[in-house]
Design a protein. Sequence first.
Length: 116
Amino acid sequence: MLGVDIEEVKRFNKYLKNLNIIKRIFSQEEIDYSFSKKNVAQHLAVRFAAKEAVWKALSGSNKKVAITDIKVINDKYGKPEVFIKDKKTAKINLSISHTNKYAVAVAIFCKNLKSI
Ligand SMILES: CC(C)(COP(=O)(O)OP(=O)(O)OC[C@H]1O[C@@H](n2cnc3c(N)ncnc32)[C@H](O)[C@@H]1OP(=O)(O)O)[C@@H](O)C(=O)NCCC(=O)NCCS
Protein backbone atom coordinates (compact mmCIF):
# COMPACT_ATOMS: atom_id res chain seq x y z
CA MET A 1 0.00 0.00 0.00
CA LEU A 2 1.11 3.50 -0.87
CA GLY A 3 1.13 6.80 1.01
CA VAL A 4 2.20 10.30 -0.03
CA ASP A 5 2.28 13.69 1.67
CA ILE A 6 3.48 17.21 0.94
CA GLU A 7 4.07 19.97 3.49
CA GLU A 8 4.81 23.68 3.26
CA VAL A 9 8.11 24.43 4.97
CA LYS A 10 6.91 27.84 6.20
CA ARG A 11 4.53 26.16 8.66
CA PHE A 12 7.52 24.53 10.36
CA ASN A 13 9.42 27.81 10.44
CA LYS A 14 6.52 29.08 12.58
CA TYR A 15 6.75 26.01 14.84
CA LEU A 16 10.42 26.84 15.51
CA LYS A 17 9.15 29.68 17.70
CA ASN A 18 7.41 27.15 19.98
CA LEU A 19 9.59 24.19 20.90
CA ASN A 20 6.71 22.59 22.81
CA ILE A 21 4.90 21.95 19.52
CA ILE A 22 8.04 20.45 18.03
CA LYS A 23 8.58 18.19 21.04
CA ARG A 24 4.98 16.97 20.82
CA ILE A 25 5.34 15.95 17.17
CA PHE A 26 8.93 14.75 16.80
CA SER A 27 11.21 12.29 18.59
CA GLN A 28 14.42 13.51 20.18
CA GLU A 29 16.46 11.81 17.40
CA GLU A 30 14.44 13.65 14.73
CA ILE A 31 14.87 16.96 16.56
CA ASP A 32 18.62 16.42 17.04
CA TYR A 33 19.08 15.52 13.35
CA SER A 34 17.05 18.47 12.06
CA PHE A 35 18.71 20.99 14.37
CA SER A 36 22.14 19.76 13.25
CA LYS A 37 21.31 21.00 9.72
CA LYS A 38 21.36 24.51 8.28
CA ASN A 39 17.71 24.49 7.12
CA VAL A 40 16.08 23.11 10.27
CA ALA A 41 12.47 23.69 9.15
CA GLN A 42 12.97 21.74 5.90
CA HIS A 43 14.19 18.66 7.76
CA LEU A 44 11.33 18.90 10.26
CA ALA A 45 8.77 19.44 7.47
CA VAL A 46 9.95 16.41 5.53
CA ARG A 47 9.89 14.25 8.65
CA PHE A 48 6.30 15.32 9.26
CA ALA A 49 5.46 14.55 5.62
CA ALA A 50 7.10 11.16 6.09
CA LYS A 51 5.01 10.38 9.18
CA GLU A 52 1.82 11.25 7.27
CA ALA A 53 2.87 9.25 4.20
CA VAL A 54 3.69 6.21 6.35
CA TRP A 55 0.39 6.57 8.21
CA LYS A 56 -1.47 6.64 4.87
CA ALA A 57 0.42 3.60 3.62
CA LEU A 58 -0.57 1.70 6.77
CA SER A 59 -4.13 2.99 6.97
CA GLY A 60 -5.68 0.16 4.97
CA SER A 61 -3.94 -2.45 7.09
CA ASN A 62 -4.65 -3.78 10.54
CA LYS A 63 -1.60 -1.96 11.88
CA LYS A 64 -3.07 0.84 13.96
CA VAL A 65 -0.47 3.49 14.61
CA ALA A 66 -0.54 7.13 15.65
CA ILE A 67 1.52 9.75 13.82
CA THR A 68 3.72 10.04 16.91
CA ASP A 69 4.42 6.26 16.83
CA ILE A 70 6.20 6.80 13.50
CA LYS A 71 9.82 7.91 13.53
CA VAL A 72 12.29 8.57 10.72
CA ILE A 73 16.00 8.00 11.27
CA ASN A 74 18.63 8.03 8.54
CA ASP A 75 21.01 5.11 8.13
CA LYS A 76 24.77 5.55 7.81
CA TYR A 77 24.37 6.31 4.06
CA GLY A 78 21.76 9.02 4.72
CA LYS A 79 18.81 6.88 3.61
CA PRO A 80 15.71 7.46 5.78
CA GLU A 81 14.45 4.41 7.65
CA VAL A 82 11.09 3.98 9.37
CA PHE A 83 10.65 3.05 13.01
CA ILE A 84 7.24 2.16 14.43
CA LYS A 85 7.01 2.36 18.21
CA ASP A 86 10.83 2.51 18.35
CA LYS A 87 11.24 -0.66 16.27
CA LYS A 88 12.84 -0.47 12.83
CA THR A 89 10.65 -1.88 10.07
CA ALA A 90 11.93 -3.17 6.75
CA LYS A 91 8.34 -3.50 5.51
CA ILE A 92 8.00 0.21 4.83
CA ASN A 93 10.11 1.89 2.17
CA LEU A 94 10.32 5.65 2.37
CA SER A 95 11.69 8.33 0.07
CA ILE A 96 11.80 12.02 0.99
CA SER A 97 12.79 15.25 -0.72
CA HIS A 98 12.67 18.92 0.21
CA THR A 99 13.21 22.43 -1.12
CA ASN A 100 12.99 25.76 0.70
CA LYS A 101 9.22 25.80 0.04
CA TYR A 102 7.99 22.21 0.05
CA ALA A 103 8.77 18.86 1.61
CA VAL A 104 7.45 15.63 0.12
CA ALA A 105 7.44 11.99 1.18
CA VAL A 106 6.36 8.74 -0.41
CA ALA A 107 5.99 5.51 1.55
CA ILE A 108 5.26 1.96 0.45
CA PHE A 109 4.09 -0.68 2.89
CA CYS A 110 5.06 -4.17 1.68
CA LYS A 111 2.98 -6.29 4.01
CA ASN A 112 4.17 -9.60 2.57
CA LEU A 113 7.75 -9.11 3.75
CA LYS A 114 8.41 -11.51 6.63
CA SER A 115 10.17 -9.17 9.05
CA ILE A 116 8.80 -5.92 10.47
C1 LIG B 1 21.18 11.80 -1.51
C2 LIG B 1 20.79 12.76 -2.63
C3 LIG B 1 20.14 11.96 -3.74
C4 LIG B 1 19.80 13.78 -2.05
O1 LIG B 1 19.25 14.57 -3.10
P1 LIG B 1 19.10 16.14 -2.97
O2 LIG B 1 18.48 16.63 -4.22
O3 LIG B 1 20.38 16.75 -2.52
O4 LIG B 1 18.10 16.38 -1.75
P2 LIG B 1 16.57 15.90 -1.59
O5 LIG B 1 15.87 17.00 -0.89
O6 LIG B 1 15.95 15.40 -2.83
O7 LIG B 1 16.72 14.65 -0.61
C5 LIG B 1 17.21 14.82 0.69
C6 LIG B 1 16.93 13.55 1.42
O8 LIG B 1 17.50 12.44 0.74
C7 LIG B 1 17.62 11.40 1.68
N1 LIG B 1 18.83 10.65 1.41
C8 LIG B 1 20.09 11.00 1.70
N2 LIG B 1 20.94 10.01 1.32
C9 LIG B 1 20.18 9.02 0.81
C10 LIG B 1 20.46 7.73 0.28
N3 LIG B 1 21.70 7.26 0.21
N4 LIG B 1 19.43 6.96 -0.14
C11 LIG B 1 18.16 7.41 -0.06
N5 LIG B 1 17.81 8.63 0.46
C12 LIG B 1 18.82 9.42 0.86
C13 LIG B 1 17.65 12.04 3.06
O9 LIG B 1 16.56 11.55 3.79
C14 LIG B 1 17.55 13.52 2.78
O10 LIG B 1 16.71 14.23 3.66
P3 LIG B 1 17.11 14.47 5.19
O11 LIG B 1 18.52 14.95 5.23
O12 LIG B 1 16.13 15.47 5.68
O13 LIG B 1 16.96 13.13 5.84
C15 LIG B 1 22.00 13.52 -3.19
O14 LIG B 1 22.47 14.42 -2.26
C16 LIG B 1 23.16 12.60 -3.57
O15 LIG B 1 24.07 12.39 -2.84
N6 LIG B 1 23.12 12.04 -4.75
C17 LIG B 1 24.12 11.07 -5.12
C18 LIG B 1 24.27 11.17 -6.57
C19 LIG B 1 25.41 12.06 -6.85
O16 LIG B 1 26.50 11.85 -6.38
N7 LIG B 1 25.17 13.07 -7.65
C20 LIG B 1 26.14 14.06 -7.97
C21 LIG B 1 26.81 13.75 -9.25
S1 LIG B 1 25.73 13.81 -10.61
